[in-house]
Design a protein around this ligand. Structure first.
Ligand SMILES: Nc1ncnc2c1ncn2[C@@H]1O[C@H](COP(=O)(O)OP(=O)(O)OP(=O)(O)O)[C@@H](O)[C@H]1O
Ligand SMILES: O=P(O)(O)OC[C@H]1O[C@H](OP(=O)(O)OP(=O)(O)O)[C@H](O)[C@@H]1O
Ligand SMILES: O=C(O)c1cccnc1
Ligand SMILES: [Mg+2]
Length: 559
C-alpha cells in the first residue's frame, strides 16, 4: 500500500488498481531473474540504468499485422510491484543459503518508482521489431519484470489478433460471440480470451465472470442438454403466458404451438417438408419460450434440423407472435452450416409469406461448432444466411499458432547502446534507446514504421526522410509523410514528473483497434499472401547498428 501511494503520488494522485488476476505478483517470474538480481546486487551493479525493448519478431497466423494488447495489466503490475514478507521468505528459501541478508533488505524496499515505461497505445495495430514497450530503470528490477511483462503481452496480443482476423473474415455486419471458456487454457486463459477477443472486435462473450470484470456484453443461447432433458409436453406444469401488452393471457402455450405446427405442416408452401416432429423437443422449446418470451432463441439441431428443430421453433415462435412477442432466432451447432442456414432462411421466409408475419423471414441464425477463420471463409464462398457466429476452441486456444514469441531485450545500459547478435539475422536486436514513428501517406494509409535514435530530430510532415531496412542494405525508400505519429508514449513515469498517459476503458481500446484495422491498406490485411508492412530505421540508426555489429562480432580465422 505504501508503495502505491509513493508510486502514484507522482502521477497526479491517480491510483492504478492491482492486476486483474491475483496470481500476477512479483513472484510470477523466472527463477533466473532473481539469481541475476542477486548477482547484480552482489556486484553493486543492480542500480545501473538499463533500457529494455519488448517486441515480437514475426506476425502470427501467417498474417502481416498484430493487435497489441495487455498494456493495462502490465501497468497494473508495475504500479503495485511490491514484495510481501512471505514472498521474500520464499525467495530466500529458493536461493542458495549463501545469499546475503542485504539482498533481501533490498527486495523489501523495492518498487517501480525508479522505472519508466513507454508504450504504444493498447489496441494499436503493430509490427515486428518495433518496440511495443520500452522499460527503463535499474537493471535488477527491470529484469525481474521481463517474464511477467512478456507473459501479459504475449497471449493478450495473440488472441486479440486472432479475434481481429475472425472479424475480418466474418465481415462487419455479423455478430461475433466468444464461446471459448470451457475450452480455454485454464481460468486465466478463459478470462483473458474473453477480454482480448472483445478488444479484437468480438461483440460479446458467454463468460459471465468476464462480463462482470470488464463490462463485456454477455450473450448466450441454450445447450442440447436442455432439449434432451424434456421427455414430453406433459412435463410442463404451468403452460400459461400473458400477452406482451398484458391485456390477455394464453392458458396453454403448448397447445397453441401444436396448433401452429399443424398449420405449418399443411400450409401450401411447406407441405411435405416434414412429418411428425419430435414432441419432446417441442416441449423443450415451449418451456424455454415460457421462461424467456421476449428473447426466445432455440438450438435446433438436437434431433433433426429441417424435419424437427426448425418446424418446432417456428410453431413456438408463431404462438409467441400471437401474444405479441417477437422470437429472436435459432442456433445451428452441427451439419453443413451453409446449407442448413439457407434452408432455415427459406423456411422462415415461407412462413412470413404464408401467415403474414412481418419480419419472420429475418429471424436471426446463429452458427457454432468448431468454427475458425477457414470455416468462416468457406461459408462465405459457399453463400450462407448466418447472422451470428459462436466461436470457442479454435479462437481461444489460438489453435493456428501457439504463441506470439514476444521478447525483452537489453538495448542500452548506462547510456551505452547494446546489441544481441545471432546467426539468424531476424534475431539480431536493434540497439539504442529509440523513438518510433508511424508515417502516413497521401491516401491516409500507414506507409512505414521508422525507428530512430532517441536524440534524432523527429520526421516532419512534408519532409522527405530515408527509411532503411534495419538489416538489408539494398532495401530503402524515401518517404514524404503526410502525417507523423509518435508511437511510444509514457504510461508509467515512476517518480519523475513526466506526464503520464491515461489507461482508457476497454471499450475505447476496442474502438481504437477497430479504427486502426480499418485504415490499413487492404493488401496488408488479405489472408492469402498479404504484403508485408515496412518496418525501418533512420539512416543514422542503420549506420550505428552496423557499426556496433562489427564492433561486437569477433572476426573469424580460417585455417
Ligand atoms: N458449409 C460448410 N463448409 C465448410 N465447413 C463447414 C460447413 N458447415 C460446417 N462446417 C464445419 O465442418 C465441421 C463439421 O464437424 P463434424 O463433422 O465434427 O460435426 P457435425 O457432424 O456436423 O456435428 P456433430 O458435432 O453433431 O458431430 C465443423 O468444423 C464445422 O464448423
Ligand atoms: O465449437 P466451439 O468453437 O468450441 O464452440 C463452443 C461449442 O461449445 C458448445 O458445445 P460443446 O462443444 O461443448 O459440445 P458439442 O460440440 O457436442 O455440441 C457449443 O455448442 C459449441 O459447439
Ligand atoms: O450460449 C451458448 O450457446 C454457448 C455458450 C458456450 C458454449 N457454447 C454455446
Ligand atoms: Mg463442439
Amino acid at each position: 500500500m505504501d508503495q502505491q501511494v509513493k508510486a502514484n503520488g507522482n502521477c497526479s494522485g491517480r491510483v492504478v488498481e492491482g492486476p486483474t488476476n491475483p496470481m500476477v505478483t512479483p513472484l510470477l517470474t523466472d527463477l533466473y531473474q532473481f539469481t541475476m538480481a542477486y548477482a547484480y546486487w552482489k556486484a553493486n551493479k543492480h542500480q545501473e540504468r538499463a533500457v529494455f525493448d519488448l517486441y515480437f519478431r514475426k506476425n502470427p497466423f501467417g498474417g502481416e499485422y498484430t493487435v497489441f494488447a495487455g498494456l493495462e495489466e502490465c501497468i497494473r503490475l508495475i504500479a503495485n510491484f511490491k514484495f510481501t514478507e512471505d514472498e521474500i521468505s520464499f525467495i530466500r528459501e529458493s536461493l542458495p543459503g549463501s545469499c546475503e541478508d542485504g539482498f533481501f533488505d533490498y527486495l523489501r524496499g523495492l518498487d517501480c518508482s525508479e522505472v519508466e515505461v513507454y508504450s504504444i497505445a493498447e489496441g494499436s495495430v503493430v509490427f515486428p521489431k518495433v518496440p511495443l514497450l520500452r522499460i527503463e530503470g535499474p537493471i535488477a528490477v527491470a529484469q525481474l519484470l521481463e517474464t511477467p511483462l512478456v507473459n501479459l503481452v504475449n497471449y493478450a496480443s495473440l488472441v486479440a489478433t486472432n479475434a481481429a482476423r475472425h472479424r475480418f473474415v466474418a465481415g462487419k455486419s455479423k455478430m461475433l460471440l466468444e464461446f471459448g471458456l470451457r475450452r480455454a487454457q485454464g481460468p486465466d486463459g478463459g478470462i483473458s480470451a474473453s477480454k482480448y477477443c472483445y478488444l479484437g472486435g468480438f461483440d460479446a462473450t458467454s463468460n459471465v465472470a468476464a462480463g462482470r470484470l470488464f463490462g463485456i456484453p454477455l450473450r448466450g443461447t441454450h445447450s442440447h442438454a436442455f432439449v434432451s432433458s424434456y421427455m414430453s409436453p406433459d412435463e410442463i406444469i404451468d403452460k400459461s403466458l400473458r400477452s406482451a401488452d398484458g391485456s390477455s393471457s394464453c392458458e396453454d402455450l403448448v397447445s397453441l404451438a401444436q396448433t401452429w405446427l399443424s398449420k405449418i405442416q399443411w400450409s401450401s408452401s411447406l407441405r411435405g417438408i416434414f412429418g411428425e416432429t419430435n414432441q419432446s423437443e417441442l416441449a423443450a422449446f415451449t418451456s424455454y419460450a415460457l421462461a424467456f418470451p421476449i428473447s426466445f432463441l432455440a438450438l435446433v439441431d438436437t434431433y433433426d434440423v429441417m424435419r424437427s428443430g426448425i418446424p418446432n421453433f417456428c410453431a413456438v415462435a408463431l404462438a409467441l407472435n400471437d401474444l405479441g412477442y417477437k422470437a429472436v432466432g435459432i442456433r445451428l451447432d452441427s451439419g453443413d452450416l451453409a446449407y442448413l442456414s439457407c434452408e432455415a432462411r427459406k423456411f422462415f421466409r415461407a412462413i412470413e409469406k404464408e401467415f403474414g408475419v412481418p419480419g419472420f423471414g429475418k429471424m436471426s441464425i446463429t452458427a457454432s461448432n468448431d468454427l475458425n477463420e477457414e470455416t468462416l471463409d468457406a461459408l462465405n464462398k459457399q453463400g450462407h444466411e448466418v447472422d451470428a457466429y459462436g466461436i470457442g476452441t479454435y479462437l481461444v486456444t489460438c489453435y493456428a499458432q501457439a504463441a506470439l514469441g514476444c521478447v525483452f531485450k537489453l538495448v542500452e545500459i548506462n547510456n551505452q547502446p547494446r546489441i544481441k547478435l545471432s546467426e539468424d539475422v531476424s534475431k539480431v536486436s536493434i540497439p539504442c534507446k529509440k523513438r518510433s514513428y508511424r508515417l502516413y501517406g497521401r491516401e491516409g494509409y500507414p506507409l512505414v514504421d521508422i525507428m530512430t535514435g532517441e536524440n534524432e530530430p523527429s520526421p516532419k510532415v512534408g519532409e522527405r526522410i530515408l527509411c532503411r531496412h534495419p538489416f538489408n542494405e539494398s532495401k530503402r525508400a524515401y518517404v514524404v509523410p503526410q502525417q507523423v505519429e509518435e508511437l511510444l508514449k509514457c504510461y508509467w513515469p515512476g517518480s519523475s514528473d513526466k506526464p503520464r498517459e491515461d489507461l482508457p476503458p476497454l471499450k475505447d481500446i476496442r474502438d481504437r483497434c477497430i479504427k486502426q484495422l480499418e485504415i490499413m491498406r487492404p493488401d496488408h490485411m488479405r489472408r492469402l499472401n498479404p504484403t508485408p508492412y515496412k518496418v525501418s530505421v533512420s539512416a543514422k540508426l542503420y549506420d550505428f547498428i552496423h557499426f556496433l555489429w562489427l564492433n561486437e562480432a569477433p572476426v573469424g580465422e580460417l585455417q
